[in-house]
Ligand binder design. Structure first.
Ligand code: UGA
Length: 435
């Protein structure tokens, strides 16, 4: 099959490379010429484990191409994926669909034979209807169907998530389009991945429901963690105790500094707006968003408390800046709110992140960025673990202890054991555990 992928961002690039790996001929299209030139030269603009190899292999096998010419890619394609950004609209939290609709107009002008137009971007319910209307209006003669096929990729694990998905969701009432989608995903469903067919609107809503549910699960365990601290419980044991119940499941029950990233914050807000607009407000998600926002500032207060109530003039070392490990993504990272609050309270920040510093520099000022965890600890009055990179689990903690001005560690990801930290001599606090 021939595939055109509109948008060579995170989702487009991963999906395009993986479809090429399945044997399809894929052309990734982007309006940013510099990005396309870089990709042609073998440079991958994002950090995602395994992606560079898949791109290189499929470019070499002449199954993966890059271009700025949408018209050429679309004219040849059996399926055209819209994988452009849908950021939160400034001011009201609604998803900004201008890139999606522009893509629809451009696609309409270029459609050749019967084409399945697939929205892969996360889009509010009814967007598929509007994409269909735009294409129909521009090209009354065109033979096409518009399908919703949301992605469930996690950054840092995107290749594995694409190749071994829990399910593939296809929203379409058009039988011919369903067949094209089945053909595209054949290698996966031969591998037992369930291919779920729904109506287009249901597929669009399902994506938001999934992310909102996961954000709720995280926020729930975070509040249980707070309660554990007050009553003397251990949140990891609570998570295990409830997670072994199959109806609950053990994943996404890690307490921490609150969720961030490019998806949960934006998608929960968009779902809230859609629900309010339709007179069916989802109050539980409204509360989740409010609780998660407050949590980041509460984490800064936790650090201040660990230093006896003031950080003025103190040096705080921060380990981990990205919103989670194995990515360089700083979008809505809890580190931003935590560091800003600590700076407001008078602290000097020295931070280390294995991949995120370049992006962090764009959003966090007056931070001393250092190359290693040991440099972050050197002379620091406190060390705060914000992102659970694997490298931080294997540190020489005795060396860290010797380097610090004061041996205060605030572990917002629970990566160390309280008894071991105490044995080394740290004043150690974590999330939802008796310390
Ligand atoms: C999320 C979903 O997991 C994907 O299924 C979805 O496709 C994607 O959004 C999307 O809509 O594009 P992602 O944002 O990459 O993926 O990252 P997650 O691994 O879900 O983590 C999100 C945030 O939740 C991170 O800040 C993470 O630290 C936090 N988290 C996650 C916790 O605090 N505790 C947990 O137990 C799990």
């Amino acid at each position: 099959m021939r595939v055109a992928m509109i948008g060579a961002g995170y989702v487009g690039l991963v999906s395009g490379a993986c479809f090429a790996d399945f044997g399809h001929i894929v052309t990734c299209v982007d309006t940013v010429a510099a990005k396309i030139e870089a990709l042609k030269a073998g440079q991958i603009p994002i950090f995602e484990p395994g992606l560079a190899e898949i791109v290189a292999n499929n470019v070499k096998a002449e199954r993966l191409f890059f271009t700025t010419s949408l018209a050429e890619a679309v004219a040849e394609a059996d399926a055209v994926f819209i994988a452009v950004g849908t950021p939160s609209r400034r001011g009201d939290g609604h998803a900004d669909l201008s890139y999606v609709y522009q893509a629809a107009r451009d696609i309409a002008g270029a459609i050749g034979r019967y084409t399945v137009v697939v929205t892969k971007s996360t889009v509010p319910v009814g967007t598929g209807d509007e994409v269909e209307r735009i294409i129909r209006e521009t090209r009354p003669d065109a033979e096409f169907a518009v399908v919703s096929n949301p992605e469930f990729l996690r950054e840092g694990a995107a290749i594995a998530d694409f190749k071994r998905p829990d399910r593939i969701l296809v929203g379409s009432e058009d039988e011919r389009a369903r067949q094209v989608m089945t053909e595209l995903y054949r290698p996966l469903y031969l591998n037992q991945a369930p291919l779920l067919f729904t109506t287009r609107r249901t597929a669009e809503l399902t994506k938001y429901a999934a992310n909102a549910f996961l954000a709720t699960k995280i926020t729930f365990i975070n509040e249980i963690a707070d309660l554990c601290e007050q009553v003397g419980g251990n949140v990891q044991d609570v998570a295990r105790g409830i997670g072994l119940d199959n109806r609950i499941g053990s994943k996404f029950l890690h307490a921490g500094p609150g969720y961030g990233g490019s998806c949960f914050p934006k998608d929960t807000l968009a779902l809230i707006k859609t629900a309010q607009d339709h007179g069916a407000p989802i109050r539980i998600v409204e509360t989740v968003v409010a609780v998660n926002d407050q949590r980041k500032r509460a984490m800064a207060r936790k650090v201040i408390a660990a230093l006896g109530g003031s950080v003025r003039g103190r040096t705080v070392g921060v380990l981990g800046l990205t919103f989670k490990p194995n990515t360089d993504d700083m979008r809505d990272a809890p580190s931003i709110a935590i560091i800003t609050a600590l700076q407001d309270a008078g602290a000097r920040i020295r931070a280390h992140d294995p991949e995120g510093v370049e992006q962090a520099r764009l959003v966090l000022d007056n931070v001393d960025y250092v190359d290693s965890p040991y440099q972050a600890a050197d002379g620091a009055d406190a060390l705060v673990i914000v992102t659970e990179w694997d490298a931080f689990r294997a540190l020489d903690l005795r060396r860290i202890h010797a380097l610090m001005a004061r041996p205060v560690v605030v572990d917002l990801r629970n990566i160390y054991r309280p008894d071991e930290m105490a044995a080394i001599g740290f004043s150690y606090s974590s999330v939802g555990r008796e310390n």
